[in-house]
Design a protein around this ligand. Structure first.
Ligand code: NAP
Length: 312
């Protein structure tokens, strides 16, 4: 059985996600030819050195010419501009997709630039790390992770099947939902958690009574787990919040209410309220481990080397 999904696959944006798709497609032979384009000259040069593309043209029009599948892997705020640059160069029948962490705003920004003879199917792989750029991607990033597709009612069934198969062959599980529902689900599972992490790390940095070096020194108390999330790419995350305003503000409203209730519970010694919540949240962690979306190792499996090993 052949693994090939298409002849020509084109990736726009060679960062963590674009670089991981290109590596994954190349390694598994899912396309005969992989073309990668990035707006930045230095990134294009780096992709040529790393060798995860068959071609890295300097012009975006050349990159998409003849492509069967084009995947936009640029920050959410750049998707509209990229669509306007490629719209008139696409092959009839091509599948255009993206990987943006927000769907509604991307659909709005991209759709008007595409002709009726191409198939636009928005997508979002729910997989990533806190690193970005062409060196950060790796084959296997999407293994046993979910990729959410948000097709339209009139999306061509064959095109949808092809894109689904591509993600499945890269190791992902595929689910479909509306763009609107996607944005609400991701607001609670990803966007607001990132905002909370950015906020707590910012608060710690601004606290006058505790020094920066103390915050760093004693970070194993819990703080460091937030710093991983709060070190994610600033451009990407600025774009996410500005493009998923409604859902983020909705979830933040609920979060703030619940936080105030906790504040009150602490002030009034409502011990049961605190204990009950902390018991309920434990079972959520357990469920995430049970479905294979995280490992069960204590402390995220961090190595606990002896002090003398660090001092060597
Ligand atoms: P990244 O590592 O920062 O890569 C994005 C790349 O796109 C950069 O090389 C950037 O170049 C380039 N770029 C920016 N504007 C461009 C344009 N107009 N035309 C062509 N290239 C352009 O970002 P990423 O983490 O791969 O994220 C890509 C997309 O996937 C985003 O929409 C993000 O929301 C989504 N996503 C990310 C994750 C994650 O965990 N990181 C997970 C799922 C989905 P410059 O650096 O020179 O600007």
């Amino acid at each position: 059985v052949t693994a090939i999904i298409c002849d020509n696959l084109c990736i726009i944006g060679a960062g963590l996600i674009g670089g991981s798709i290109a590596r994954s497609v190349q390694k598994r032979g899912l396309a005969r030819h992989v073309t990668v384009y990035d707006a930045s000259e230095s990134v294009r040069e780096r992709v040529r050195e790393l060798g995860f593309a068959d071609a890295v043209p300097d012009a975006i029009a050349d990159a998409v010419k003849g492509a069967d599948i084009v995947i936009l892997c640029v920050p959410v705020g750049a998707c509209g501009a990229v669509a306007s640059q490629i719209g008139s160069h696409l092959k009839a029948g091509a599948i255009i997709s993206d990987t943006g962490s927000v769907k509604g705003a991307v659909v709005k920004a991209v759709q008007s630039h595409l002709g009726a003879d191409v198939h636009f199917i928005p997508a979002h792989p729910v997989a990533g790390t806190e690193y970005s750029g062409p060196d950060s991607g790796f084959d296997g990033l999407f293994d046993n992770r979910w990729c959410i597709l948000t097709p339209f009612e009139n999306t061509d069934a064959t095109a949808l099947k092809n894109l689904t198969t591509l993600w499945e062959k890269m190791g992902a599980n595929v689910e479909t939902m509306t763009a609107e529902h996607h944005d609400l689900v991701l607001a609670i599972t990803s966007h607001v958690p990132h905002l909370i992490a950015y906020n707590i790390v910012g608060t710690a940095a601004d606290l006058e009574q505790v020094t920066q070096s103390e915050v760093i020194k004693f970070s194993a108390g819990g703080f460091r787990d937030f710093t991983r999330i709060a070190s994610s790419d600033p451009t990407m995350w600025r774009d996410i919040f500005l493009n998923n305003k409604a859902a983020v503000l909705e979830v933040l409203g609920r979060f703030t209410e619940d936080l105030i209730a906790l504040q009150r519970a602490i002030r009034w010694d409502e011990d049961e309220k605190l204990f009950d919540l902390f018991t309920r949240t434990r079972t959520i962690r357990r469920s995430i481990i049970d479905v294979g979306q995280d490992a069960a190792e204590a402390d995220f499996g961090r190595p606990h080397a002896l002090k003398q090993d660090y001092e060597k």
